[in-house]
Design a protein around this ligand. Structure first.
Ligand SMILES: [Zn+2]
Length: 158
């Protein structure tokens, strides 16, 4: 997938999310991003399919949260970059910890990522080691916003 924002991520190392093991990621500070490599089924269908799954639990309070997160998928456009984040603290486990969070623990985009994967989308996780992750994250997001005029689809700024 090519995009006019590609040059922002030339330093990134990209790995397929499906096969990326936690052991392959070091506990170092850095920035990371999630992008799609190929699309799966239509987004509206993806959202509906996932909502139907969660609906079976009939757990209203969970659905409020999950539906809100899943609705972020509607923002996906032709740019493959879906999320940009940073891991600023070694003490908090660095990039390894952020990836662990994404694997179902407590990352804000866990549900949308799960929805895309179950809908046949191939996703990739990319990262770049840096000593100033917060600064680099801000620069990446600002530059991205300048190029696309919107934030990455799954990155919601209040
Ligand atoms: Zn782009």
């Amino acid at each position: 997938m090519n995009c006019i924002c590609d040059h922002l991520f030339t330093c990134f190392r990209w790995c397929d999310l499906n096969s990326l093991s936690l052991n392959e990621i070091k506990s170092e500070t850095g920035v990371y991003a999630i992008r799609y490599d190929s699309k799966g089924i239509d987004i509206d269908l993806t959202i509906q399919k996932t909502k139907n799954f969660f609906n079976q639990a009939q757990w209203g309070s969970l659905n409020d949260y999950v539906y809100n997160r899943l609705d972020r998928l509607k923002s996906i456009v032709d740019c493959p970059i879906l999320y940009i984040g940073s891991a600023p603290s070694i003490d908090a486990g660095g990039l390894k910890s952020r990836y662990r969070d994404l694997c179902g623990r407590r990352h804000t985009i866990f549900y949308p990522v799960l929805a895309l994967l179950t809908a046949g989308w191939n996703l990739q996780w990319g990262f770049n080691k840096t000593d100033r992750p917060k600064k680099m994250e801000k620069e990446l997001i600002d530059n991205y916003k300048q190029i696309h005029e919107v934030y990455p689809a799954l990155l919601k700024r209040a």
